[in-house]
Design a protein around this ligand. Structure first.
Ligand SMILES: *[C@@H]1O[C@H](CO)[C@@H](O)[C@H](O)[C@H]1NC(C)=O
Ligand SMILES: *[C@@H]1O[C@H](CO)[C@@H](O)[C@H](O)[C@H]1NC(C)=O
Ligand SMILES: *[C@@H]1O[C@H](CO)[C@@H](O)[C@H](O)[C@H]1NC(C)=O
Ligand SMILES: *[C@@H]1O[C@H](CO)[C@@H](O)[C@H](O)[C@H]1NC(C)=O
Ligand SMILES: *[C@@H]1O[C@H](CO)[C@@H](O)[C@H](O)[C@H]1NC(C)=O
Length: 565
């Protein structure tokens, strides 16, 4: 195991000169338990690093996002092009010059930028990288045949560079593990489900529950949607085709993906990868769909960061993206999360809706010496994405009303402040359930609360490696379902000549639960034994940190979300 210093939460007063050089002073550099450190890399090995250059006008970007996504603002729907975003946030001439000169002075020449010029990706040998970023030490790590290169220790840069960078990617943060393939909750549920026959969720069941008729399929020109996935596994076109031939008989649909961004490797088809694409194309039926996949050109790449960077390099993106990825907030540096959050704002001002799965561990749990606390997940906790939780049918043998799926991720951020659009909803919840809330030391009521809405997340049928598999569960199922529904609403808006929905939350919270099926029963996991339900938060009337505002009733939502005054 790795015995290097873990985090630097030591107060600055210790020695400001030493500590100020760390760009990510509180980044966890522990080896995750599923990875094994093999040893140092060859000094001549090529690594690829991503430099996040300091941007300009972040406050103005935030204010623009507020205006273009607030339905009561005159600027509502007046989205920016990528070129306009670029002129707003692009790093100053000075920043660009300093960073370029710094890299050049180390002989680094192979660099690519993006349209917004706020990211630089460069290849260099490991020994050059270690000189450039003092303290870094590149090592090989493996997990189940997967191999990455990361630094086992934190890195720093000199003060004159420090002020021009947010962070450097490619040193820390390991690729995520697939929730479907590893989570305890998944196996637990799968085991429970096998006890007796179960209805199972299929496109037809979802379309029935959310009241989609045969005519509720996409037809607008220029509408599209996307799923992004970062696992060493691939969606397989033949699985999608087979899924649609089995489960797609009752509605018009597409059976092929429109565009794959990134490399579809030769790896195995994965449950999670199959799930996302099969279900976004079932609710967002007949809408062209893109798949963003792990490019994996270099072992030093961070897959999620690659995706974020690519958004700033493609002018015409799909309007809705669903992403089933999350990390514990406390495993990531604040500098990294803040910058990624700015990237979400950059997408939002372009009219792009980003939907993240809320996670499959309920409120989460951090075991501390004295007292435990909940463990929020990022990007679910970002105020600038729409976060989707999970539900089950009350009666698992019938299409009935929905109750909490106890794995549904939810809670309060320790990093991001509560955004204005949700304060009254969240405060109303805290007041109503005051008597039955978990201990106050477990969560932070000043933080961004999530999820924002939910959908069924339990017992899906998925085709993977040509075989239909039941009992697939998790918020990685509910998220593409909601994404497809929003795409359908965008479709109708485009046909009416209206702008797309963009960042949904300000408008969603103004509905106050109207047109959504409120989920009021059940509690999610928290800080005790994972087999015990009800140790986190509990669902309640209107908004709650388990299922948000509830699940979509499409025919009720459609007129409300397509009538702009
Ligand atoms: C961004 O796109 C341009 C033009 O297609 C390309 O040359 C460049 O390499 C891309 N940047 C990155 C970081 O991939
Ligand atoms: C689920 O069942 C398998 C055997 O089918 C067993 O190995 C595993 O421990 C069980 N997992 C849980 C969480 O109950
Ligand atoms: C939608 O579904 C619900 C529950 O399945 C049902 O009660 C309702 O009447 C349906 N139709 C509309 C337009 O809401
Ligand atoms: C679709 O997009 C293309 C390119 O972005 C544009 O030229 C065309 O006018 C758009 N069509 C419609 C119907 O909006
Ligand atoms: C609570 O959240 C705020 C942000 O809303 C943060 O500044 C503060 O540090 C958090 N407290 C703890 C104990 O994490």
């Amino acid at each position: 195991m790795n015995n290097i210093l873990l985090t630097f939460s030591i107060p600055l007063l210790f020695s400001p000169l030493v500590w100020s050089g760390y760009l990510e002073s509180n980044q966890n550099v522990l080896t995750p338990e599923d990875w094994i450190r093999v040893g140092p890399v060859d000094p001549q090995k090529e690594v690829e690093l991503t430099f996040a250059l300091k941007q300009q006008n972040i406050e103005q970007l935030e204010e623009t996002l507020r205006r273009v996504s607030d339905p009561d603002s005159a600027q509502y729907g007046k989205y920016l092009t990528l070129e306009e975003v670029s002129s707003l946030v692009r790093p100053s001439e000075l920043t660009q010059k300093v960073v370029h000169q710094w890299l050049a002075s180390h002989g680094i020449k192979n660099c690519w930028t993006v349209q917004t010029q706020d990211f630089l990706q460069c290849t260099m040998t490991a020994d050059v990288a270690e000189t450039l970023l003092s303290g870094s030490k590149f090592q090989h790590y493996v997990r189940d045949g997967q191999s990455v290169v990361r630094s086992s220790s934190p890195y720093s840069v000199s003060d004159d560079i420090h002020q021009h960078l947010d962070f450097v990617g490619g040193l820390h943060r390991f690729p995520p593990k697939g929730q479907q393939d590893y989570s305890k909750a998944y196996y637990l549920k799968r085991n429970q489900s096998k006890v007796g026959f179960h209805l199972g969720v299929t496109p037809a069941i979802l379309r029935e529950r959310y009241n989609l008729t045969v005519t509720d399929v996409g037809s607008a020109q220029n509408n599209s949607q996307a799923v992004a996935q970062f696992l060493e596994q691939y969606y397989r076109p033949a699985d999608l085709a087979e899924f649609m031939s089995i489960f797609g008989r009752s509605f018009q649909h597409l059976s092929e993906v429109d565009r794959v961004v990134g490399t579809q490797g030769a790896g195995k088809a994965g449950l999670e990868a199959s799930l996302d694409v099969q279900y976004i194309m079932s609710t967002g039926a007949n809408i062209p769909t893109w798949v963003f996949t792990n490019p994996g050109r270099h072992e030093s790449q961070e897959p999620f960061l690659q995706w974020i960077v690519s958004l700033s390099n493609i002018s015409d993106l799909p309007w809705v993206h669903t992403i089933s990825y999350g990390d514990d907030e406390d495993s990531l540096s604040t500098a990294y999360m803040m910058r990624i959050n700015t990237e979400f704002m950059k997408a939002g001002v372009r009219g792009i809706s980003l939907l993240f799965a809320s996670g499959d561990s309920g409120a989460g749990c951090k075991h501390l010496d004295k007292e435990n606390s909940f463990r929020p997940s990022f990007p679910a906790s970002s105020p600038y994405v729409t976060t989707v939780g999970g539900t089950s049918f009350k009666n698992p043998f019938k299409v009935t009303y929905e109750v909490t799926d106890y794995i549904s991720g939810g809670g309060f951020s320790n990093v991001f402040k509560m955004p204005n659009y949700q304060t009254s909803a969240v405060n109303a919840y805290l007041k109503t359930v005051a008597a039955s809330l978990p201990p106050p030391s477990y969560f932070n009521t000043s933080g961004r609360a999530y999820p924002d809405m939910a959908a069924l997340s339990d017992n899906y049928w998925v085709v993977t490696n040509r075989i239909p598999i039941p009992f697939v569960s998790g918020t990685s199922a509910s998220t593409p379902v909601v994404g497809g529904l929003l795409s359908l609403i965008n479709d109708r808006r485009l046909q009416k000549g209206l702008p797309v929905l963009g960042f949904l939350n300000p408008r969603l919270y103004k509905l106050k639960g109207q047109a959504l099926f409120d989920v009021t029963e059940g509690c999610h996991l928290g800080c005790l034994d994972e087999t015990v339900q009800g140790q986190g938060f509990c669902a309640a009337q209107l908004w709650d940190p388990v299922t948000g505002w509830g699940t979509p009733n499409y025919p009720a939502l459609l007129p409300i979300l397509t009538s702009d005054s």
